[in-house]
Design a protein around this ligand. Structure first.
Ligand code: GLN
Length: 257
């Protein structure tokens, strides 16, 4: 889409056979649906694993995946790097989760010492560590994208270090996120990475609409028929806080002996 009234918004779901854990496909579906429900034409464009990335999409959605599929995806993606860079230079949005986020950085070092070269869209390097970071996450984006608290689920070994001057997506209140510096994800212009699954955009409609604002402008602020988004967001935040409280009590009891 190149302006109001132009062709449909094209949301690319990249390599879903390899990068698609925990329903991450839902991120692309929600972006398309939130356009359509506002009367904005939108289509889901699946880019099958191994195929070259097309340059003309409006949004590129990358999901998570374990190390082997991630490495396989990296090999194909690197061949499409020029197309992706070109799209980003023309204002395309990249939204990448977990393995996808790691691949948007410069390198991912696996637990058994393999180096998987990333796309270099973000100044971020990732190294597998232990223990795995598993569980609910709450992060605060007030000072970055300004969409308040995000809720998500994480399951990863990677610890991600951001280069100087790279903005994190959020400050972690519950969970690990990047596992370094108390933050989750990274943002550079319209490239957004996060460790949050859920899938994260159905759980956080405000984040979905912020991404869409970059594509369809103020229309992304129009109300949208969505029976579940706000309720799911509130319920997941409540649950994460309750778990945090329970863990605090347990630690207190253990400390007292
Ligand atoms: N392979 C990566 C890690 O374990 C990503 C995992 C994921 O995408 N859930 O860090």
């Amino acid at each position: 889409m190149t302006g109001a009234g132009a062709s449909a918004v094209r949301v690319g779901l990249v390599y879903p056979e390899l990068l698609g854990t925990y329903g991450d496909r839902g991120n692309a579906v929600v972006l398309v649906e939130r356009c359509r429900r506002r009367g904005v034409a939108a289509e889901l464009v699946v880019v099958p694993a191994g195929e070259a990335l097309p340059a003309g999409l409006d949004v590129y959605v990358f999901g998570g995946g374990e190390d082997d599929p991630q490495e396989a995806a990296a090999a194909g993606l690197r061949q499409g790097r020029a197309a992706l860079e070109q799209a980003v230079a023309h204002g395309a949005v990249v939204f990448a989760v977990c393995a996808g986020f790691q691949l948007c950085g410069t390198v991912y070092s696996t637990g058994d010492g393999r180096r998987v070269e990333g796309l270099g869209l973000l100044d971020a390097t990732t190294e597998a560590g232990a223990p795995r970071c598993i569980g609910e996450v709450v992060s605060d984006t007030t000072d970055t994208l300004g969409v308040g608290l995000l809720t998500g689920f994480e399951n990863h070994a990677g610890r991600t270090r951001l280069g100087r001057g790279t903005t994190p997506l959020g400050r972690v209140l519950v969970g690990a996120g990047n596992g370094v510096g108390g933050v989750d994800g990274a943002v550079r212009d319209r490239v957004v990475g996060t460790y949050l699954h859920g899938p994260v955009l159905p759980r956080n409609p405000a984040l979905a609409d912020r991404l869409l604002e970059w594509v369809i402008g103020p229309a992304a602020r129009h109300a949208v028929a969505d029976r579940w988004g706000a309720a799911l967001h509130a319920e997941r935040l409540r649950e994460a806080r309750l778990r945090g409280l329970r863990a605090w009590w347990r630690d207190r009891r253990l400390a007292r002996g």
